[in-house]
Ligand binder design. Structure first.
Ligand code: S3P
Length: 191
């Protein structure tokens, strides 16, 4: 087979693989805090007639306390254990829209489970806009500790870049409304 044919077969296989995964798989939103995963997830689920699960909300429901309280009482390590258990549980299900927490992707096992359960869309946003959207204290324990909040955001973003880069599709949400983002995703995946 010549090189051109080989390339065409690879592209076709990738296309078929994506089509197959769309039909029966979950649609998973990853991205940093404040990129709009939860709002978009709700909209997408409604439009596609799918169930919606927000990992953070499920953790809070199961634990009976808020995420800031979990961090304060038991620390990040314990929160990550709860997060992994939740990922394990929901990735066994199909046909959902799933919004992850900003740090869910840091864990190799989480990433493997998410990838094998569906298509991954990453939402990105400029750090200054993330700063504006997440300014309120007491809601995001990962950002509340440091002296300079914008620097903390930039540092975490660069540490996590390699995980976010593993998505099937990435979209910058800085200047877009949830509705525009939803339409773009649906157009991209022909949903
Ligand atoms: C975290 C992001 C939060 C939540 C927790 C930790 C992170 O979710 O899971 O506070 O490490 O980035 P959101 O991205 O929904 O804010």
């Amino acid at each position: 087979m010549n090189l051109l044919k080989c390339r065409a077969v690879v592209i076709l296989k990738r296309h078929v693989d994506i089509e197959r995964r769309i039909m029966k798989s979950n649609l998973i939103l990853i991205g940093f805090m404040g990129t709009g995963k939860t709002s978009l997830g709700k909209l997408l689920a409604e439009k596609l007639g799918r169930g919606f699960i927000d990992i953070d909300q499920k953790i809070e429901q199961d634990a009976g306390i808020s995420i800031p309280q979990i961090f304060e009482r038991y620390g990040e390590k314990y929160f990550r254990e709860l997060e992994k258990k939740t990922v394990e549980e929901i990735t066994k299900r199909h046909g959902l829209v799933i919004a992850t927490g900003g740090g869910t992707v840091k864990d190799e096992d989480n990433m493997r489970m998410l990838k094998s359960s569906g298509l991954i869309v990453c939402l990105t946003t400029e750090p200054e806009e993330i700063f504006r959207r997440t300014e309120r204290r007491g809601e995001r324990p990962m950002l509340d500790g440091g002296e300079d909040r914008l620097q903390t955001i930039k540092k975490l973003l660069s540490e996590r870049q390699k995980f976010y880069a593993q998505a099937d599709y990435t979209i910058d949400t800085t200047d877009w409304s949830p509705l525009q983002i939803m339409n773009d995703i649906c157009k991209h995946f022909k949903l």
